[in-house]
Design a protein around this ligand. Structure first.
Ligand SMILES: *[C@@H]1O[C@H](CO)[C@@H](O)[C@H](O)[C@H]1NC(C)=O
Ligand SMILES: *[C@@H]1O[C@H](CO)[C@@H](O)[C@H](O)[C@H]1NC(C)=O
Ligand SMILES: *[C@@H]1O[C@H](CO)[C@@H](O)[C@H](O)[C@H]1NC(C)=O
Ligand SMILES: *[C@@H]1O[C@H](CO)[C@@H](O)[C@H](O)[C@H]1NC(C)=O
Length: 481
């Protein structure tokens, strides 16, 4: 072909690409702006037209979900209320492509990364069971519409696909990292994707929590989502409700309930014509076993253990030098307060900044390889990964190979962390560390001051932890380690 012809063709067949639209960041705020524009009555929109559009764009494309929420005829077109850039973002986020589930995710103000598809499907199921819009069909076998469209079909499908064949595929995870938490554009998973990577699980849990709220009575959806994730600017009095998603989801869908719903949705899929490929030649016993395993593994991974914000998300600098590996299970946990920052951090932004400041102090001023703590506890409802489960920390001199060092952000000489932050460590992190084999069931918990000449973790906090399981009153002879 002649070069000039090629040039002419490429110019003529791709009109409009000369000026590429400014695509907003993959942040929940961008999505809320879009939903706000779509719902605005002043521009001829409504929640119903917004929901019809998200369905046309790909929310709820799987057979089980379509059986529950119904089919959506129609070809999506850009509503005049959206800019070209907003339209591009929305179509990319909602296009259902099972091979690249990570393309449908956004970063929320609380630091969570979640898939938009299951969140919106849950919102639609909730609205419709609450009486808004078309009534939901009666299905045989009966399924819970909210759990079916958010998590149950995804879990059943994923575990059936992973269990069948001999490819040893995993059915859950992994998590991933954003290129830039301030201006998120590109999210990359840390390993090979399962059909339910972490952001799909989180989006589904949030879809269940918000859908259940909407089923009790209508609320403006944009305000509901905004209130749920918080604004992230630190003006809120407490933690955003999203930071309680594990507790709230667990209350709505405990392991037994989840197991029953996974089995029910697989039963529903079997009645469809054509029966999905992965269900052919699968017996009732195998379905029951898959539902059991799916519910157990999901609950262990996402409900029973607290969220740990990975290093990449708070903007950690690399470890300097060569890290030494711990040999779990360890015998001890050492509790610290950070003293500096002296104020508890209550938002993802503030906690991430505290992590970066402490890391740079430990690396540049103290000359250590990395931030000293194994984990740091924010008052935003989340834990932050320091050296993590695998690397020896620099928190309790002489004892760093024997235990994990947990630092709570703040100065707890005279005041305590709020009760939920204490509970996050005492009732969630410690039992989870035992269950996952990182510490012995007979672990000992000590305050830093029992091992070094220091006031850490502060008088008030030290007093508090003396009633915690595992607390060991007797000081260890100094200088042993
Ligand atoms: C599959 O998993 C089993 C048990 O976890 C392991 O022994 C086996 O080597 C794995 N096979 C492949 C192909 O990875
Ligand atoms: C996103 O990040 C991955 C991994 O860092 C990279 O390979 C890919 O090119 C990036 N994509 C875009 C669109 O920047
Ligand atoms: C925080 O966000 C809310 C809602 O977006 C806004 O009304 C408020 O002015 C913000 N506060 C600060 C201190 O930026
Ligand atoms: C804790 O349990 C482990 C494993 O059962 C055992 O080896 C260890 O001696 C116990 N430690 C104490 C202090 O009892």
């Amino acid at each position: 072909m002649f070069p000039w012809l090629l040039l002419a063709l490429s110019v003529c067949t791709r009109p409009g690409t000369a000026v590429s639209p400014t695509v907003p960041p993959r942040h929940m705020d961008s999505v809320l702006d879009i939903l706000d524009a779509l719902e605005s009555p002043a521009r001829g929109g409504s929640l119903g037209t917004a929901a019809a559009l998200w369905r046309e764009l790909g929310v709820c494309s799987t057979p089980g979900c379509r059986a529950v929420l119904g089919e959506t005829p129609g070809t999506p077109e850009r509503p005049p209320a959206l800019t070209l850039g907003q339209w591009q973002l929305l179509t990319e986020l909602l296009r259902h492509d099972p091979v690249t589930p990570e393309l449908g995710v956004v970063l929320a103000p609380d630091g969570s990364t979640l898939a938009l598809g299951p969140l919106l499907a849950g919102i639609e199921a909730g609205l419709r069971s609450g009486g808004f819009g078309r009534p939901l069909p009666t299905l045989d076998p009966p399924v819970d519409p909210l759990l079916a469209v958010t998590i149950a079909e995804a879990l059943g499908t994923s575990f059936l696909l992973a269990g069948g064949g001999d490819n040893n595929a995993t059915a859950l995870g992994p998590g991933g990292c954003w290129d830039d938490a301030e201006n998120p554009q590109n999210y990359t998973l840390r390993g090979p994707p399962s059909p339910v990577p972490d952001p799909v699980a989180i989006g589904a849990m949030d879809g269940v929590v918000l859908g259940a709220r909407l089923a009790r009575g209508p609320l403006p959806v944009v305000e509901l989502i905004q209130g749920y994730y918080g604004t992230g600017n630190g003006s809120e009095a407490g933690r955003p409700p999203s930071s309680y998603r594990r507790r709230d989801f667990g209350a709505l869908a405990g392991q037994g309930r989840l197991e029953k719903e996974v089995a029910a949705v697989l039963g529903l899929l079997r009645t469809l014509s054509p029966t999905p490929e992965f269900l052919r030649d699968v017996g009732a016993q195998e379905v029951a076993a898959v539902a059991h395993r799916a519910a157990r593994e999901f609950s262990e991974r996402y409900v029973e253990c607290p969220t740990i914000m990975p290093r990449c998300l708070w903007g950690a600098q690399p470890y300097r030098g060569t890290p030494a590996l711990l040999r779990p299970p360890l015998a001890s946990v050492f509790l610290h307060h950070t003293l500096e920052p002296s104020q508890p951090c209550r938002t993802f932004g503030a906690c991430a900044r505290a992590m970066r400041d402490m890391q740079s102090f430990h690396q540049d001023t103290r000359g250590w390889d990395d931030i000293g703590y194994s984990f740091v506890v924010g008052s935003d409802g989340y834990l932050y990964e320091g050296r993590g489960w695998h690397w020896v920390g620099a928190h309790t001199k002489g004892y760093n190979t024997q235990g994990f060092g947990i630092g709570i952000v703040g100065d707890f000489t005279a005041t305590l962390p709020d009760p939920d932050t204490l509970a996050l460590v005492r009732d969630e992190l410690l039992p989870c560390a035992v269950r996952s084999g990182h510490i012995w069931p007979n672990f000992t918990l000590r305050g830093h001051r029992q091992l070094r000449h220091t006031d850490c973790p502060g008088n008030a906090l030290f007093q508090e932890i003396q009633s915690w399981p595992g607390f060991q009153g007797t000081p260890v002879a100094l200088g042993l380690g």
